[in-house]
Design a binder for this molecule. Sequence first.
Ligand code: SF4
Length: 350
Amino acid sequence: MYMRRKTRSVKVGNLEIGGNAPISVQSMTNTETKNISDTVSQIKRMEKEGCELVRVAIPDLESCYSLPLIKKVINIPLVADIHYDYKLALKSIECGVDGLRINPGNIGNNEKIKLVIKSAKKINLPIRFGINSGSLDKNILKKYKKVTPQALVESAVNIIKILDELDYHNIIFSIKSTNIINTIEANNIFSSKYDYPLHLGITEAGPPFQGIIKSSVGIGALLFQGIGDTIRVSLTGDPVEEIKVGYEILKALHLRQRGPDLISCPTCGRCKVDLSKIVRKVERQIRNINKPLTIAIMGCMVNGPGEAKEADIGVAFDKEKGILFKKGKIIAKSSDKIIIRRLLEEIKSE
Ligand code: SF4
């Protein structure tokens, strides 16, 4: 039975992460942050798809100065992603960002990490510490000889010691590896000991086809165990796609529903219509619908009526004729073209 592990609640801008908050979906822009118009336009597209927090890369001072201008025109919390230079983290705080993401493995040393934490603490700014297989602390790597779940967790524990010393806990952790098994094990170990909210992701998951599979398996396995408070799917491509995939993962596990859930059969020799063409058409037409609906499109009478009845709206084909169901009742019978038109009308009227 699904039981979400209890974590403390952290507020990033107006978004609550952890505690009893719904598992949020976030992403990161791939524009140059100093190119404000491209960055804002990408964030607006991400917002439209349901993105609830956005991270931007801060490789230089100019990017820091873009933060207040970007923040002014977007509607979701803005997080600065910092690598190597702790001064950029301090400057991003000054520039009014809603949160920081830093990677302790590449920020230099504990003194620099402490300076960032102390500065964030003054205004209760949340920080996500990203423990990443690609940039693990050199001493930890030396001790474990390779990236292991224990090595990843030890890197997080070192940060927790600093947080305890500075008495600052407005923190989210992420423990990511390109190795899915390591990611799952490390997050399991961490969440059995600590109640910091967890950001889940499979790092550098690859191009869309591979990346969607790896992310669904890795993130999905952890969510199913009740672990994870916010997710980011990493794909090489348009970040808007990451948001869509994130919601599909949550939808598949019945953790959140945004937009229709489309059920369709794979077809077989019993199907007498071009179901794949029909499904593609319906998929295109429902792209901008955010209502949580279950829609079934089934190729024949074997499983068709059962699935179509269970769905909010469904069609089951009986040879070339379609039978349309709404809330379990037959409301029309007609040829494929007419029935699909009716199906779309019914979906839009919901
Ligand atoms: S519903 Fe019918 S057409 Fe679709 S896969 Fe099952 S048996 Fe084949």
